[in-house]
Design a protein around this ligand. Structure first.
Ligand code: HEM
Length: 418
């Protein structure tokens, strides 16, 4: 969404827990006020507690890198400000030394090398995924719910016949209040989503114990931390966090990027020209898509000692939220930050985070998204949004839940077919 920055949002009107604002407008005008006037800002939570918000790139990067003063163990999103029950057990909610012990072997299962070797298979899955685009209008957001499995389904060890179920379960798990995913109360929705995902992973873990493979599930079964294997519940929770990490982010990078391109036909044409002329455009397009979408709006930590950020004293035990969506629009770092520029260089966005918790699935997501953009640019002359675009009701995930679109197949392809 392009924010209305002529409107100044005063500090006392800012509410970063207002989910309606995230769904129907955007918080970019509010984040700009915060960057300009209160880069370290205290907000009261609905339950009477409070949290601190950071909005400037130059404060957020060192904050994310400093895992000694800021812990992930309490929880990393505002929705669990009271504490995450998986704290200390899943890779994203662990501190050192356990975090390092689980992260290092995990990286090996989805390194650049591993995922690049898989690129031709990923391309085949992408071709299959976008087939409906050749037949007329599609809900692109619906199609993209399946891209996480294309990116990492096989690496995680989820058989292809189960891929179709994952999108509904994961989205209900992350946005149980969203009308597109809720089934009854948000508690019921969440419980059902967990039941389905945990049930599937329990069966897969039992299966891998009998027949080990080279996937992430087998790796977690073999892992020893301080000489001890992980119990089944911990393996289960980690599988859950991997599948959620992929599913809540990758589709929305695709959706926001394609929406931005559909709204800018001149950029679409120029990108196609570059691609056909053999000029490298896909990597810079992807990085701008990542900056533009920043699928995880915020990352939370808890201070482990008294700290001073930008001159503001913060006690130990406080919740601090880094709004990376704001950092990726910080005018001190990015020229014309509200302009979508697929040729932007350098582009030091932090959509994958920064420091020791930097996204582990980044290489896999990159391969899938590059193959997607390549396939679409090569085969379609133009994109047109044909109806209302709907956004996710969440202050954590910057998601698109509906994107009706017509992609016109390239004239050359149509001629060949006739
Ligand atoms: C465009 C796609 C993606 C985006 C924008 C994204 C974003 C992020 C961000 C911002 C973090 C940092 C979290 C923190 O500091 O607390 C992160 C970590 C993580 N991501 Fe992703 N992610 C993406 C794709 C994936 C995929 C495909 C997977 C599946 C393997 C994945 C799994 C993870 C995991 C397990 C972590 C935790 C790493 C750790 O704590 O050491 N992500 N991701």
């Amino acid at each position: 969404m392009i924010p209305n920055l002529t409107e100044h949002v005063p500090l006392d009107a800012i509410d970063l827990c207002d989910l309606d604002r995230f769904q129907h407008d955007s918080q970019h005008a509010a984040w700009k006020t915060l960057r300009d006037e209160a880069p370290v800002w205290r907000q009261t939570l609905p339950d009477g507690g409070h949290f601190w918000s950071l909005t400037r790139y130059r404060d957020i990067r060192p904050f994310l890198k400093n895992v000694n003063s800021y812990s992930s163990q309490h929880g990393t999103i505002l929705a669990v400000a009271g504490g995450d029950s998986a704290g200390g057990r899943t890779i994203n909610l662990m501190d050192n030394p356990r975090h390092r012990q689980i992260r290092v072997p995990t990286i090996r299962t989805m390194s650049n090398h591993v995922v690049r070797e898989r690129a031709p298979r990923v391309r085949e899955h992408i071709r299959h995924l976008i087939e409906p685009c050749y037949d007329g209008e599609v809900d692109f957001a619906d199609l993209m719910l399946h891209i996480p499995m294309v990116a990492i389904g096989e690496v995680l060890g989820i058989p292809t016949e189960l891929w179709q179920w994952i999108p509904g379960w994961t989205m209900a798990g992350v946005a149980p209040e969203d009308p597109d995913y809720s089934r009854g109360t948000s508690g019921d929705t969440l419980q059902q989503a967990h039941h389905n995902l945990f049930g599937m992973f329990s069966e897969l873990i039992a299966d891998r114990r009998r027949k080990p493979s080279d996937d992430l599930i087998s790796m977690l079964i073999d892992l020893r931390i301080d000489g001890e294997p992980l119990d089944d519940q911990t393996i289960l929770l980690n599988c859950y966090s991997f599948v959620m990490g992929a599913s809540t982010t990758t589709p929305h990078t695709a959706n926001h990027t394609i929406l931005a391109l559909a709204e800018r036909p001149e950029i679409w044409n120029r990108l196609r020209g570059d691609l056909f002329a053999g000029r490298p455009v896909l990597e810079t397009l992807l990085d701008e898509g990542l900056r533009w979408s920043t699928p995880t709006n915020h990352l939370m930590r808890r201070s482990t000692e008294p700290v001073v950020i930008d001159g503001v004293d913060i006690d130990a035990g406080e919740l601090i939220v880094a709004w990376i969506a704001s950092a990726n629009r910080d005018e001190d770092i990015f020229a014309d930050p509200y302009t979508f520029d697929p040729w932007r260089r350098p582009n030091p966005h932090i959509a994958f985070g920064s420091g020791p918790h930097y996204c582990i699935g980044g290489p896999a997501a990159r391969v899938a998204l590059i193959e997607l953009f390549d396939e679409l640019l090569t085969n379609f002359d133009s994109l047109q949004v044909t109806g209302e675009v709907r956004h996710l009701r969440s202050n954590f995930i910057n998601g698109i839940t509906r994107l009706p679109l017509i992609a016109r197949p390239a004239r050359q392809l149509v001629q060949e077919a006739s």
